[in-house]
Design a binder for this molecule. Structure first.
Ligand code: MN
Length: 439
């Protein structure tokens, strides 16, 4: 259902909101992503749901109070009027599609003068809005699904020994760990350098202090729709209908803390101090023109049935272009890497099917991280530890300073977009965080 193209994917359609027609905008009429925002003025300063159009945000609480929508679209807008989108997540794909189609018609250039006038008063500039997390995140799980990232980090940790650095289970299932929902923060919030234990090279006892190896991980975040009851797995063929939408995600990581603590139970304090996400949730419907075929790694053993589906093989991958940028305090931003999510070894539906196959329940608004997204080329690495080979080959920035890992005052930005001939270019906006010194 969510893979179907309809009139909302017409790349020639234009909006009466002029900024939505600008070349290179992230938010044309064909995107319509959701956020939770607070407008800069007005009678109520309460957070509420909104939709991006050009450089404006449309107030869904205001829209739900008009008579412009009917039926499922009106119910969906009403569910997005409050301070979280969990209610909209829980309504499922038919409601999301009804709202998308109604918004598209109301914002298209041929909407009536009366409709345009009624909608215009619900718009305010995105740049002046304040954003918060789009959902109340009950649970957060982070995957590890890029074989290129696995190889690169294996090489840094263990050296290039010529043997396969990918763990033996990697090609059989999407590996993950349960993360921490309470420290997921919205783009724009700063990140305090964490303190913890690390084992200095050659030493036998750990020391305590601020991490010296603060890193980012370029990822996407998946927000869950209706979810499943405890004990009732989500079949792979049904998993896509569980995706409300996708955001940019930075899994901030302290590599020295991680190296010391990770065996035998996995990452803990190295990851639980902060995870940043971008405010705009791009729906799977908007991403429909950017689906691609997926196939297992050439060295993978036969896929187990619960991870194999003809639909996933035909169109399970998503060609989302991604970039990471670093801006030192007072300096200019420079690009660290560029890649695409199409290189990922496992698809989002496989992550959902695997997560629930033992009966674990997902709930509306839950967050899944895809794991670091690194492509096959060196210029496509999604972390500093890969780019600088564990700090041994530091980057030289435009201001002449060097970086093995992130320094205090550095801003780290993630950007994402989709583009191809015959489809409208759509974007994700930005996920930004500045590193604050440890206290
Ligand atoms: Mn991660």
């Amino acid at each position: 259902m969510t893979t179907t193209l309809d009139f909302t994917h017409d790349s020639g359609a234009r909006s009466w909101v002029e900024s939505a027609n600008a070349a290179g905008t992230d938010f044309p009429l064909q995107n319509l992503p959701f956020a939770v925002f607070r407008p800069p003025h007005g009678t109520s300063k309460q957070f509420r749901g909104g939709v991006a159009i050009g450089d404006q945000v449309l107030d869904l609480a205001g829209l739900a109070a008009t008579a412009l929508l009917q039926g499922d679209a009106q119910k969906a807008a009403a569910a997005a009027a409050g301070t979280t989108l969990n209610g909209l997540c829980a309504q499922g794909p038919a409601a999301w599609r009804a709202l998308r189609q109604a918004l598209f018609a109301l914002l298209r250039s041929d909407a009536s003068a009366a409709q345009q006038a009624a909608m215009r008063v619900l718009l305010s500039p995105q740049a002046l809005a304040e954003y918060t997390l789009p959902t109340r995140i009950g649970n957060y799980t982070d995957f590890y699904t890029s074989i290129h990232h696995a190889r690169n980090t294996g090489r840094v940790m263990r050296g290039d020994t010529g043997v396969d650095l990918v763990s033996p289970n990697f090609r059989s299932m999407p590996i993950a760990y349960h993360g921490r929902a309470s420290s997921v923060i919205i783009s724009g919030q700063s990140v305090r350098r964490p303190k913890g234990q690390r084992l200095p090279p050659g030493d036998s006892a750990p020391v305590f202090g601020p991490t010296r190896r603060l890193d980012y991980e370029l990822e996407l975040g998946v927000l869950i729709g209706r979810g499943n009851a405890l004990g009732e797995p989500i079949a792979l063929a049904d998993a896509e209908a569980q995706v409300f939408g996708i955001v940019l995600l930075n899994d901030w990581s302290a590599r020295d803390i991680q190296a010391w603590e990770m065996a035998p139970l996995g990452p803990f304090l190295a990851k639980n101090f902060a995870t940043s996400i971008s405010p705009w949730v791009v729906t799977l419907a908007a991403l429909a023109p950017y689906r691609q075929a997926w196939e297992p790694d050439a060295q993978a053993p036969p896929l187990l049935d619960y991870l194999d589906d003809a639909g996933v093989r035909a169109r399970g991958a998503l060609d989302i272009q991604l970039e990471a940028w670093l801006q030192p305090a007072g300096g200019e931003a420079q690009r660290l890497s560029q890649t695409s999510f199409r290189h990922q070894s496992w698809t989002v539906p496989q992550m959902i099917a695997h997560h629930t196959v033992g009966g674990c329940n997902l709930q509306p608004g839950d967050l899944l991280g895809t794991g670091t997204i690194s492509g096959p080329e060196a210029s496509e690495a999604g972390t500093m530890i890969e780019i600088t080979h564990g700090g041994r080959q530091p980057l030289t920035l435009a201001d002449g300073t060097q970086r093995g890992f992130l320094e205090d005052g550095d801003a780290l930005m993630l950007r994402g977009w989709c583009e191809r001939p015959g489809a409208a270019r759509i974007g994700f906006g930005e996920c930004r965080g500045v590193v604050l010194p440890a206290v």
